[in-house]
Design a protein around this ligand. Structure first.
Ligand code: PLP
Length: 347
């Protein structure tokens, strides 16, 4: 079967991904460096990400749920995958047969795991994010008895900021985890790695910065963008002064102008918050998004580039920092929202 032509493509830079992992590994000091590959490798494709990082030396991969775990289970050993959302009754059969360990997040999950036969697992301790994890009020004596805990972990809430919450969480994690029998301790996400040695423990768990997201200034100059987005012009027309462009007519042409319509829309993750503020490029020329982003289409001003015509490709400005500022979306949303209908070309 030949591949269907797709008028929207993501170019994914495998060298940049591996480079970013090495940057984070170096910044993690003596700690091992894993990879968060949940949400299909932050939208880029978990299988491609895991294959590349595994080859580069990464040994610990974190996914959210069991479907995500099974999607990469043939690529690495089961001991190298951890399921962050834990284990429900309906996951037990898969968990037991795959040999992949859950991250147990509550006394109920611990009890479930023990009664299913126990064995190697991980635990999430809540040190102050108050989201998922065993809270300090739940730390009964005997809770962790007879367990084979590999990683005792916790997760930072505000590591991208210089926030006193960071050191408070660190202290709490140190206190709690020091009383638990475990093989390894893990605390830092991408931003947490940059908070310094105290935050590294045995294993770090970067996600967003592997994919080029700069969350703190420390590594800003070293991390490289992994994804670039290109879309094809479906049509180019000259509109008259006063013409209203797109749904709601939110852009009125200030003069006669050439307007191009590209094959991308909010269904591809290019959300409506880019309306009238996003931009594309053709070589050095900037092509502003005009009018409202619709489901499958975006209109851009191509007046500056008369040679552009139907069928040409334009680059969508998807630099994570810039696009985040334009749209108000987080870098995480920009990546994980990228649709499955875009072609993904690893280079
Ligand atoms: C998503 C996630 C990470 C990675 O976080 P980033 O901010 O993307 O680096 C690490 N640990 C846990 C528990 C997570 O849920």
């Amino acid at each position: 079967m030949t591949d269907t032509h797709r008028p929207l493509r993501l170019n994914l830079d495998g060298d940049a991904l591996v480079h970013n992992w090495h940057v984070l590994a170096k910044a993690s000091g003596n700690a091992a460096t894993g990879a968060a590959v949940k949400a299909d490798g932050y939208g880029l494709g978990a299988r491609e990400v895991v294959s590349r990082l595994s080859k580069a030396g990464c040994r610990d991969f974190f996914v959210a749920n069991w479907a995500e775990a099974l999607a990469i289970a043939d690529l690495v050993a089961p001991e190298q995958i951890a399921v962050l959302n834990g284990v429900q009754d309906k996951d037990l059969a898969q968990a037991r047969s795959s040999g992949i360990a859950p991250v147990l997040n509550s006394p109920a999950q611990i009890a479930r795991w023990k009664s299913a036969g126990g064995g190697r697992c991980h635990v999430m301790l809540d040190s102050g994010i108050n989201r998922l994890g065993i809270g300090p009020e739940q730390l009964d004596e005997g809770l962790f008895a007879d367990m084979e805990i590999d990683i005792a972990m916790s997760h930072l809430a505000s590591a991208d900021e210089n926030n006193p919450q960071n050191s408070e969480q660190l202290q709490r994690f140190q206190e709690i985890s020091s009383t638990i029998l475990c093989r390894r301790r893990s605390f830092a996400n991408s931003a947490g790695i940059q908070l310094g040695h105290d935050y590294h423990f045995d294993l770090t768990r970067p996600g967003i910065s592997l994919y080029g997201g700069v969350e703190r200034p420390e590594l800003a100059d070293e991390l490289r963008q992994v994804v670039s987005v290109e879309a094809q012009l479906l049509q180019v027309r000259t509109l008259k002064q006063g013409a209203a462009v797109g749904y709601g007519g939110t852009y009125i042409c200030p003069g006669d102008m050439r307007v191009g319509t590209i094959a991308m829309g909010y269904a591809d993750g290019y959300l409506r918050s880019f309306s009238n503020v996003g931009q594309c490029r053709a070589g050095p020329a900037m092509l502003p998004v005009i009018g409202r982003v619709s489901m499958d289409l975006v209109t851009i001003d191509v007046s500056s580039t008369p040679e552009l015509e139907e069928g040409d490709w334009v680059e969508v400005d998807y630099d994570l920092t810039a696009a985040s500022a334009q749209s108000g979306l987080s870098k995480y949303e920009l990546l994980t929202g990228l649709s499955k209908r875009a072609a993904r070309n690893w280079i």
